[in-house]
Design a protein around this ligand. Structure first.
Ligand code: AMP
Length: 254
């Protein structure tokens, strides 16, 4: 059976518990002073890679977590190491915004450098909701992609993935290499214990730039505006039918 070299791509996003606020220029979400965390779908991807390492044991040669982002993204890499991922690598892009195509190119170069044969990504990043990186990466590598995975298993040299589809589930298999993108119900990510968190603080991280990987960062899209969702209509409590009719007339709805 071929050895598994698993690469997990993770993104640092606004913490999912926070309500996003639009920045004054209306070009995106205001991140100043906000809590940033690992994208929830990426946390599920990390958990799945650790479970594969635990269940497939000697078959797993490597688990590597990679992020492209500012240096502050180190935090989500260390968190993944504390949970059980073996190695971590930061592709430092400073404060440059990355479009999914650039991320996919950076991940492709990393997959080739690391000789990975299984890539696990989130199905979407909750900040851009792009849903693009996994598909672009699989296409550029020429690999099959399992989208919206809710179960991952292995049968000999094949990976077997159950996917969530409308009103049911579909199970597919393919030989490696492959890309898997995770859905919410794939697993429940673990918490790392304090001792492991402390140890991961000092763990070595690989650091690269897009230039090291030979990938120029080119953005093609320009954000024209970002709007808040339309606020819910105000409710008015009425005591009886007469008051209801009167209110409708006042609002010119009758
Ligand atoms: P998206 O296509 O932006 O919705 O992101 C889908 C998935 O691609 C995420 O859940 C991550 O697994 C991966 N990804 C997106 N951006 C990055 C990044 N900057 N670094 C590493 N992986 C990323």
């Amino acid at each position: 059976m071929s050895k598994l070299r698993v690469l997990v791509g993770v993104k640092r996003t606004l913490d999912y518990m926070l309500k996003p606020r639009i920045n004054p220029a209306k070009t995106g979400v205001d991140l100043a002073g906000q809590k940033m965390s690992i994208n929830p779908f990426c946390d599920i991807a990390v958990e799945e890679a650790i479970r594969i390492k635990e269940t497939q044991k000697d078959r797993v040669e490597d688990t590597l977590v990679v992020t492209a982002g500012p240096s502050a993204s180190e935090q989500i890499l260390r968190q993944s190491l504390a949970k059980g991922i073996q190695r971590a690598s930061l592709i430092d892009v400073g404060n440059k915004e990355l479009e999914p195509l650039s991320v996919a190119k950076l991940l492709k170069a990393t997959v080739e450098k690391e000789k990975s044969n299984l890539v696990i990504l989130g199905k979407q990043a909750i900040d851009d909701d792009a849903h693009q990186t996994g598909g672009m990466l699989a296409a550029m590598l020429g690999w099959p992609q399992f989208t919206s995975a809710s179960k991952v298993a292995f049968e000999g040299d094949k990976v077997v993935v159950t996917r969530e589809i409308d009103g049911g589930a579909e199970t597919l298999s393919s030989p490696l290499p492959a890309v898997i993108t995770t859905d919410l119900r794939l697993n429940v990510p673990r918490f790392a214990n304090l001792a492991k968190v402390m140890k991961a603080r000092k763990a070595p991280l690989g650091k690269l730039t897009p230039e090291d990987l030979g990938v120029p960062i080119e953005n093609r899209l320009q954000t024209l505006s970002v709007e808040e969702p339309v606020s819910k209509r105000q409710s008015i409590m009425v005591k009886n039918v007469d008051e209801f009719v009167k209110t409708l007339k006042e609002l010119k709805a009758l």
